[in-house]
Design a protein around this ligand. Structure first.
Ligand code: PMP
Length: 420
């Protein structure tokens, strides 16, 4: 399939925010999608309509608006179930995002299941959201954190996996796609190996669910967390998928309204799934917006989106690799999702991002919440361009030209260096 199969130029009309100029006359080139994507009008409309016509709190009121709101909220859950290929709707827990989902598992499942000396298997390409909750769990329980090593080109090195994945391993937490390297990790293979030693697998799908088709049963994973705002949905909504028998055995994380079956003067009994993990008023309109985002992505097709981004990333990789003094991070294009991070010998990542912004090109600079990975790579910061379904070949070319121009301006001349 070629890039033209997707026609991003026509999709762009669905995203009102993209049709603007910045810094005077520069067309906005939005390449910061890994941080947060933009939303199509269909998502905005679904949310506005919910607030304007149907809104009330869910699950409680015996009145028409509450019934409509509850139906819409639960319909969103059923869309997420289908989107992830989960067996049951009660395996879908609405959260505020990936961070919340991972923390929920680390707290609820982790505290109940880990003991001193048990092992948590991570790796250095993980986002801080998939490191810190496990470090905290290790601090609470005396469990030990271990890391799968990385290859030179930024993939998981599974060659000696037996050394790291042992009968002491209780959980393997892994990102499906690295938000810095772009690496697509072999989740299915890891899940199989983890299950062989009796460990459970949590997948951070923040960077994969928006771009690649996800099927939790096919992948055979136990937990999977994602964020709505990276997949054309609103902020403040995310999903934790959990295998029913694991979720059923886990204690609730937050106590309060909705998560109870019965409260007495001095004790309570928990509600069934999924309410057990959805204490308080949930992000109702956020869930409805996420449902609309899923409808939008499904109508286009995740396979087409991935193929389109693959074409963009190949072009970016090819073009950027010609820029003098550049170091591209991560594996070759076929092994990665639609983002490219790089370092120039000069200038610093923040200066690059600022100069690109002046050309209307939005990228991200910094450590991208992967400080251990940056330490491992021997750098403090990088610049990241991340693509989505509405990005065009022309925008990739604009990025390449602008990066080349930035490097040219900072090129050492042997005489006086030109200043930006
Ligand atoms: N994991 C990865 C791989 C991410 O890229 C991000 C967002 N940058 C997160 C987790 C955290 O997502 P959120 O901030 O939406 O909770």
């Amino acid at each position: 399939m070629t890039a033209s199969a997707l026609l991003p130029e026509s999709l762009r009309q669905d995203f009102p925010i993209l049709a603007q100029h910045v810094h005077g006359d520069k067309p906005l080139v939005f390449l910061d999608n890994a941080a947060s994507s933009q939303r199509p009008e269909a998502v905005i409309k679904a949310m506005v309509e919910s607030y304007a016509c149907d809104y009330a709190n869910v699950h409680r009121g015996i009145h028409v608006l509450s019934e409509r709101s509850t139906d819409a909220y639960e319909l969103a859950r059923s869309k997420v179930r289908a989107f992830l290929g989960a067996a049951y709707e009660h395996e879908i827990i609405f959260t505020s995002g990936t961070t919340a989902g991972i923390n929920l598992v680390a707290r609820s499942w982790g505290d109940a299941n880990l003991r001193a000396g048990d092992e948590i298997l991570l790796n250095l390409m993980e986002h801080h959201s998939n490191l810190v909750p496990w470090f905290q769990l290790a601090e609470r329980t005396g469990a030990v954190v271990r890391h799968i090593p990385l290859t030179e080109d930024g993939r998981l090195d599974l060659y000696d996996l037996d050394e790291y994945l042992t009968p002491r391993t209780r959980i393997v937490a892994v990102t499906a796609v690295s938000n810095t390297l772009g690496t697509i990790n072999p989740v299915r293979e890891l899940a199989r190996a983890a299950h062989d030693v009796g460990a459970v697998v949590l997948v951070d799908a923040a960077q994969s669910a928006p771009h690649l088709r996800t099927d939790v049963q096919e992948l055979d994973v136990d937990f999977l967390a994602l964020s709505g705002h990276k997949m054309c949905g609103p902020t403040g909504i995310g999903v934790l998928y959990g295998r029913a028998e694991l979720l059923e055995a886990m204690p609730p994380m937050f106590g309060g309204g909705s998560m109870i079956n019965r409260v007495y003067a001095d004790r309570f009994t928990s509600a069934d799934l999924p309410a057990k993990f959805e204490a308080g008023t949930p992000p109702i309109v956020g869930a409805i917006g996420l449902g609309a985002a899923i409808d939008y992505l499904e109508a286009i097709g995740l396979d087409r989106i991935h193929a389109h981004e693959q074409a963009l990333v190949e072009r970016a990789w090819e073009g950027l690799s010609q820029v003098e003094g550049i170091r591209l991070l991560g594996p070759r294009p076929e092994l990665r999702a639609g983002l490219v991070s790089f370092v120039l010998d000069r200038p610093h990542a923040h200066d690059i991002a600022q100069l690109l912004d002046r050309e209307g090109i939005a990228v991200r600079a910094g450590h991208h919440c992967t400080q251990p990975l940056h330490d491992h790579l021997g750098i403090t910061a990088s610049t990241r361009a991340s693509f989505y379904l509405y990005n065009t070949v022309g925008e990739v070319d604009a990025l390449i030209a602008a990066v080349r121009d930035v490097r040219d301006r900072f090129k050492p001349t042997g005489r006086k260096r030109r200043r930006a």
